[in-house]
Design a protein around this ligand. Structure first.
Ligand code: ADP
Ligand code: MG
Length: 717
């Protein structure tokens, strides 16, 4: 009898075990049984010889009819010619320099032959096919296997074809004993899950399709549950720290701010605002991710949260990824607050607070003043870069940290934040991101946070119309692009031309693909060609900061008509008068990047125009991605489309990379129900038993995932 943790050599023999280990990194029974089939073939999929098609990879069940050996004419080698038959037709196979196979390939034997179908002198043939012959004494069993209704096809490796893997799996399954199902019986009952033993048999040797589906469901649950338990534990340990409660203060700054808001909050802003207000009132720290596209009104939501904390005599910090963005935030917070944020100044409102900026590039004197305001508590709202937390700036009483741009702010930094409250309390944390991600991805990648999404844009935003310009099929449209840009400029507006590359890089020789268009090449071309007479500026990341600044100022002041730029304009650039954006070689950008880029136009009262210029051909996956960007301006819908267009593995990216990904069956696209249900179950279990003391099986599942993570982390570092 064998258990899941047993090593393979004793079960399969040293040679086979070694082959599995070297070719597929499979060491234990568990590794082998979690090496799931890539797909399943039905008996019908064993191609008849008559049905073979040139170029396909086919597996045929046949009998060896004739084998002969000859010398190669040109070179010093041998060819083994073999004719096989399925009883109706014949097929030739050729083995090059494998004369030793002659003793295996005995006429009359049956077997499976697999390979890519090629043509030789007008007849189809298999060259160097892989094969599995049925041994006389085990022929029945082997035949049974291959004639079973559903045949597993495994991810194979050199020297380890799918049928060898199947054979190993069969041997192991025959002696497998799963004595302790890690999934608690009550969960299995509740969600109608098979037991582990049934599921492992069912995924490898399904009796029928229903058996297979039930098995898959159970094994997906294993994957989802392990990840969600880890997140639930992280959430639990984060929120079990003490925090200071900040109840709503009637007649405070927040109320005053609400009263003077020049617009009505959207339903989303109100709903999420209520959620956050409740979180802030708790004596455990909030731990929330706020998603919403640029312009969806996140800052207003964050500011209201900050005011609730300031109303309780505490401080709120807002952290941005760059100094420029920090300065911009400070400016816009001050603007929104008006006299409510002018404490210490003439004309300040009663009980006003102060917004203090702290950045690394400040002069010593200014910096000292800021630090003093922060430590004394005079600064109700502190704005800075993430360094604000790492540098151990001393706060009087930090009650809330708002972090802008989640993706540059990792788990470790969030952990560091937790120690920054007064005494042993943790500040409440609100993380904001402008990159919408589908719910399943949020639950899997940012699973340790509660997630809120602002889906609707405030009314009065101008629409952006996006058009793909396929210059390969419609060269004439190229002219039209620049005409449109001229029209916009003619109306007193401005435009961007975005290129994927700067153009000052040393040429790379290896690629036969045309290098992407470059700012430094496109700008002069336009200046002397299609956009002659317009005032054109250039902006990219390798310009000196003061030059960048000057260009930005000239553009926002209206002294430039067109800005030719790289993606530096992606974040933070806000020029409401810019109405047109032309993205060159748009196919070289990702979907969310394109979406982010076009958010730079249509920020004023005039509709925006975005042209995605590409040489990619119709019907390609690339064009499909561009068509998706064209089809909707809803970032959430787009992120879902993107998810559908991308390969699953790409999405988890850094979060779940590596050959031993913990997610093998679970699909972020199709298994939302499993992910959501397992998240709820995990939450419930961890609330009752945070250390999984009563759930040994689940604790082991968690440990396995954490081990894989740690191993990968060690490998990387
Ligand atoms: P984000 O931070 O999500 O990019 P902001 O909070 O900066 O968005 O809001 C973008 C613009 O929309 C700001 O000028 C803001 O004043 C305005 N705004 C925010 N909420 C509303 C609303 N409910 N109605 C109208 N305008 C709004
Ligand atoms: Mg913002």
């Amino acid at each position: 009898m064998a258990g899941l943790r047993d090593k393979l050599p004793l079960l399969l023999g040293a040679k086979t075990a070694k082959a599995l280990a070297t070719s597929l990194d499979i060491e234990t029974v568990s590794d082998l049984l979690r090496h799931y089939p890539r797909r399943y073939a039905e008996r019908g999929e064993l191609t008849d010889i008559a049905g073979l098609e040139l170029g396909e990879h086919a597996t045929v069940l046949a009998r060896i009819e004739k084998v002969s050996k000859r010398r190669m004419k040109s070179r010093n080698g041998t060819i083994l010619d073999m004719v096989i038959t399925d009883g109706k037709r014949r097929l030739t196979c050729a083995f090059f320099n494998q004369a030793w196979r002659e003793k295996d390939l005995v006429p009359g034997k049956h077997g499976l032959f697999a390979g890519k179908v090629s043509a030789f002198r007008d007849t189809l043939q298999l060259t160097n096919p892989e094969y599995e012959l049925f041994e006389a004494d085990r022929a029945d069993e082997a035949m049974d296997d291959f004639l079973a209704a559903i045949i597993p096809v495994y991810p194979a490796a050199q020297g380890m074809p799918t049928w060898s893997i199947a054979k190993c799996v069969r041997q192991v399954l025959d002696v497998l004993e799963v004595d302790d199902d890690p999934m608690p019986a009550e969960l299995r009952r509740l969600h109608k899950l098979s037991d582990l033993d049934t599921a492992l048999h069912g995924i490898h040797r399904p009796a029928n399709w229903a058996h297979l589906e039930a098995s898959k469901k159970r094994l997906k649950w294993d994957e989802a549950m392990a990840v969600q338990l880890i997140f639930a534990q992280r959430r639990h340990s984060a929120i079990s720290r003490p925090a200071k409660a900040n109840p709503h203060v009637s007649g405070g700054l927040m109320d005053a701010f609400d009263k003077r808001l020049p617009f009505d909050l959207t339903a989303g802003q109100r709903g999420i605002g209520d959620e956050i207000a409740a979180d802030l009132t708790s004596e455990h720290p909030m731990n929330r991710l706020l998603q919403g596209e640029v312009g969806s009104g996140k800052t207003v939501v964050a500011l209201r949260a900050m005011l609730q904390v300031v109303d309780n005599g505490r401080q709120a910090a807002m952290l941005a990824p760059t100094e420029v963005l920090a300065a911009q935030h400070a400016r816009s917070l001050r603007e929104m607050l008006g006299d409510l944020g002018q404490a210490g100044e003439l004309g300040a409102a009663e009980n006003a607070t102060r917004v203090t900026l702290l950045t690394g590039s400040m002069g010593a004197k200014e910096r000292k003043k800021s630090l003093l305001e922060i430590v004394s508590g005079e600064a109700g709202i502190v704005v800075g870069t993430h360094a604000l937390i790492q540098d151990h700036v001393e706060f009087a009483d930090l009650g809330l940290a708002v972090v802008d741009e989640q993706h540059r702010f990792g788990v470790e930094q969030r952990d560091a934040l937790r120690t920054r409250g007064a005494g042993d309390t943790s500040p409440h944390v609100l993380v904001m991101t402008a990159t919408p991600i589908p719910r399943t991805v949020a639950m899997t990648v940012y699973g340790d946070l509660e997630v809120s999404a602002l889906r609707e844009m405030p009314v009065g935003r101008s629409p952006i119309s996006t058009t793909v310009v396929p210059v390969a099929e419609k060269p004439a449209w190229f002219e039209r692009i620049w005409q449109r840009v001229r029209e916009e400029v003619g109306k007193g507006h401005q435009g961007y031309v975005v290129c994927p590359r700067i153009g000052d890089e040393p040429p790379s020789d290896k690629s036969d693909k045309r290098p992407p268009l470059a700012v430094l090449e496109v700008a002069p071309e336009l200046e002397h060609g299609a956009l002659q007479g317009l005032k054109i500026g250039v902006l990219h990341g390798r310009m000196p900061p003061d030059e960048k600044d000057a260009v930005m100022r000239a553009f926002s002041g209206g002294n430039l008509d067109v800005l030719v730029a790289t993606t530096v304009i992606e974040v933070g650039v806000n020029v409401p008068n810019a109405t047109a954006m032309v993205i060159m070689d748009a196919d070289r950008f990702g979907v969310s990047q394109l979406h982010q880029l076009r958010g730079r136009v249509g920020r004023g009262s005039v509709p925006g125009l975005c042209l995605l210029v590409t040489e990619a051909l119709d019907g390609t996956a690339t064009r499909e991605r561009l068509a998706a960007v064209e089809s909707t301006t809803d970032g959430f819908e787009l992120s879902q489309l993107d998810l559908e267009l991308r390969r699953e593995g790409d999405i988890l990216g850094a979060a779940q990379s590596g050959k031993r990904s913990t997610l093998k069956l679970l699909s972020l696209l199709r298994d939302e129900d499993v992910i959501a249900a397992s998240r709820a179950s995990a939450q419930e279990i961890i609330e009752k038993d945070p250390d999984l003391k009563k759930y040994h099986g689940l604790a082991q599942m968690v440990a396995d995932v954490v081990d894989v993570d740690r191993a990968e982390y060690l490998e990387k570092s």
